[in-house]
Design a protein around this ligand. Sequence first.
Ligand code: ACO
Length: 323
Amino acid sequence: RIYSRIAGTGSYLPEKVLTNDDLAKFVDTSDEWIASRTGIRERHVAAEGETTGDLAYHASVRALEAAGVDASELDLIVLGTTTPDLVFPSTACLLQHRLGANGCAAFDVNAACSGFVYALSVADKFIRTGSAKTVLVVGAETLTRMVDWSERTTCVLFGDGAGAVVLKADADTGILSTHLHADGGKKELLWNPVGVSVGFKENEKNAGVRIRMAGSEVFKYAVKALDAIVDETLEANGLDRHALDWLIPHQANLRIIEATAKRLDMPMDRVIVTVDRHGNTSSGSVPLALDEAIRSGKVQRGQLLLLEAFGGGFTWGSALLRY
Ligand code: ACO
């Protein structure tokens, strides 16, 4: 049996920080409203000209360094994003060239906020089947580029950032299982209503590119879907919920995270939380939280981690792994 083991992680956040008080200067909101509803206090915002590919590159260099892997050793790059630099080539191809990993397969996965978990699952399959031995998995986003800064119901929620993981084939331990789901019937509860094929809206700001969301419905659906996938993951591995060492959830809203922790009967000091400082970085959020947890020394080798995410599509997914 072959496992995909995490050999190294890395992450990157743009320098500029936008606090809730900064936001309250140009939109009708307050630190109190945002923090009490979401847990968010600040987020990072990419500088002008700084792209998803740039964030992905810096996170990847750190992950390769931590893993002691040279880019030329990579067999595959899978990058989760819903804010690619270009329509094509994929951001994974741009990243491959910049890292000097020319020749290996490279592609993007778009599953909105579940992008990293989807990408991780795909990479795991390549390793398990023997098609690849060393894989770079990235979650990177510049979601603030999609935000309408005059729309208080959405603009307070999102931030930019990237995280990356180097997976290596291992005979002993690593990813135990991944679980993916989608429900395309809920498209209009969380979406960006324009695109190349549907067309853009020339008379609207940003050509109509913006996040539209029915917040409270997304909230309810997310909690239900995450409860179900947590149960599914434990059941598939014959595990009791108390077996987990760490929960590393998608960072959209502290109240959603707390609901999942409650389902697992996990105290919050066993849950990695970055949403207060990062906001929702979509595909970037899980690998950012994972990297922070590992570098801070919280997560130790041999521990059992549950990663989960929920996002537009709807999409949701999980990964259970022994680090
Ligand atoms: N500041 C101040 N007031 C606000 C703000 C704001 N930023 N945003 C909304 N309000 C107001 C509303 O206008 C409304 O006022 P009204 O009662 O006078 O009409 C009131 O606050 C309550 O609005 P709700 O939308 O009902 O607030 P709710 O408690 O549901 O919180 C929130 C909204 C935080 C968005 C919550 O629903 C949520 O987090 N949902 C999940 C969203 C999510 O996680 N999305 C990301 C998924 S991942 C992805 O793929 C992108």
